[in-house]
Every structure is written in C-alpha cells, then in structure tokens.
Design a binder for this molecule. Sequence first.
Ligand code: FDA
Length: 278
Amino acid sequence: MLPPVANRFVAGETTPVALDHVRRMNDAGVKVILNRLGEHYTDGAAAAADADAYRQLLRDLDGSGLAACLSVKPSQLGLLVSESFYRERYRAVVEAAADHDAFVWSDMEDSTTTDATLDAFETVAREFPGRVGQCLQANLRRTRRDVERLADVPGKIRLVKGAYDEPSDVAYTRAEAVNESFRENLELLFQEYDGGIAVATHDPELIDYAKRLGETYDRDFEFQMLMGVREDAQRELAAGGYDVWQYAPYGRRWLAYFYRRIRERKGNLVFALRALVS
Ligand code: FDA
C-alpha cells in the first residue's frame, strides 16, 4: 500500500484507486492526466507490459464518464530499447486512444531523446490528428525552433520549464533565463499554434502571463499542474472558468517520482516530514 507520505503526489498503486482520485478531482472541476509510473526501461518486455497496461486503462476509462487522459514517457514505451520499438508501442497506445475517443500526451525526457520523441510525435499526430500532445521544455535552447517546426502539426503542445539537469551548451541554467524562455515560447505558441496549448507550471507569474495572452489571442489553452502541488490554485482556476488538468502519476514504481518532487522543493520535504510524524 502507498504510504501516507507519498500519497499527496501519487494517485495510488492500482488503477481502481487512481480512478477514485480522478472522480474526486472531476467533482472539484479539475480533469486528470494519468501517468503510469515507469521509465528508462532497457527491457522490451517491461515496455510492452506498460503499453498493454495503458491500453487496458483506455478501455477502463471508456464509458466511465470520467474526464481523464494519459501521459506516457518515451523511455517507458521502449525508446532505450530502440527507436522503432518505441514508435510501435507509442502508435499502438494512440491507436487504442483513437478507438476509445481518448487523448495521449507524451512527456519529454532528457535532451538526448528530444529528436526521437518529436519525430515519433509528428508522425503519430499526422496519422491521428487531435489525439496526441507533446511536452516541450523551456530550458532547452532549441525549443523555439521546435515550436516553429510543430506549428502545423495537428496536436497539442504542453510547455514546461524542464525537469532534467542539462549542460549549458544545450540549456539555459539560470532560473531567470528559463522563465524568460518560457514567456517567449508561450507567446510564440499563442501567436502561431492552432492545435491547443497547455501551460504547465505552478509559477503564479507565468500563470498570470498566460491569462493575459489568453485575453490577447483567440486560442484554446489549458492549465496543467502536478498532483500535490498548489491544489488550491488548481481548484480556483477551475472555478474561475479555466480548463484545468492535473497530472497524476499512479502505480507501484512511485519511489523515484516521490524523491524527484522532494528534491525539487524544500516545502515538499517539510510536508513529507510532517506526514511521517503525524
Ligand atoms: P518552479 O519550480 O520554478 O516554481 C515556480 C513558482 O511556483 C515558485 O516560486 C512558487 O511560487 C510556485 N510553486 C512551485 N512549487 C510549489 C509548491 N510545491 N507549493 C507552492 N508553490 C509552489 N518536465 C519535463 O522535463 N518533462 C515533462 O514531460 C514534464 N511534464 C510536466 C507536466 C506537468 C503537468 C507539469 C506541471 C510539469 C511537468 N514537468 C515536466 C515538470 C516541469 O518541467 C518543472 O520541473 C515543474 O513543473 C516545476 O516547475 P514550475 O514551472 O512549477 O516552476
């Protein structure tokens, strides 16, 4: 069972428990992006098993009345096995999503995987228009070119700051430069991109900036935040009429994800310690 210290950030170890979480968030006006925890597989069988689990999840969601979609990681679906192995698994999950009237996001991992991830996204988005979305990272120097490349691809784009430590020739490393890149790329998306924009940050200044862009440009956009982070803000935005999605991981491989959230922010550590002693 998931220890209380982790269940702020992880929706549960099993699908039924995760779907209960979706139901609770939907009741609060927030939709949910489900990510089955798992990454960096070098074993094809593990990647194939997660692809099958995602297809089963799509069957479970179909007809459930729940407002939820999926987010997958390329290395979870076999990118480290081989690019073609990954493409087959990713396509199979998206094909199932199309059968079940659902939507699949692709997370973005470290910068050695960016080209392969975008190539697969572009191919699948053209085959299944409106069924897929792709994360881009504002900390990468290349991202402006990637936004321009994807301008006519029929999918959504999620912009994040970027969670991976990258060398300075590839990425901006100062927080101010990352924030500036986030603003510039977000504005470019609002100017150029028709497919739908996801503003994935907890940063109040960037959220306000996105609201202002939303008033200036006539574009479909949504806010995305992580489970356990600023949930009050998620509910407030939803109550204010914005489209809000919460990214909620679930499954048995929660330890690495939990440590990532703790490493990211001291406040999360304080919360975790409180949960341990209470
Ligand atoms: P940052 O961490 O800089 O925080 C900015 C401000 O937000 C803080 O100063 C504070 O005001 C507020 N804040 C942040 N955390 C808070 C907390 N716990 N409590 C209160 N206030 C808080 N990354 C990646 O590389 N690939 C991916 O595919 C994804 N996918 C993804 C999906 C979604 C839906 C989200 C929200 C994020 C990702 N990320 C990601 C992670 C992303 O790159 C980034 O690491 C985190 O979102 C943290 O960055 P912030 O934008 O929140 O800003």
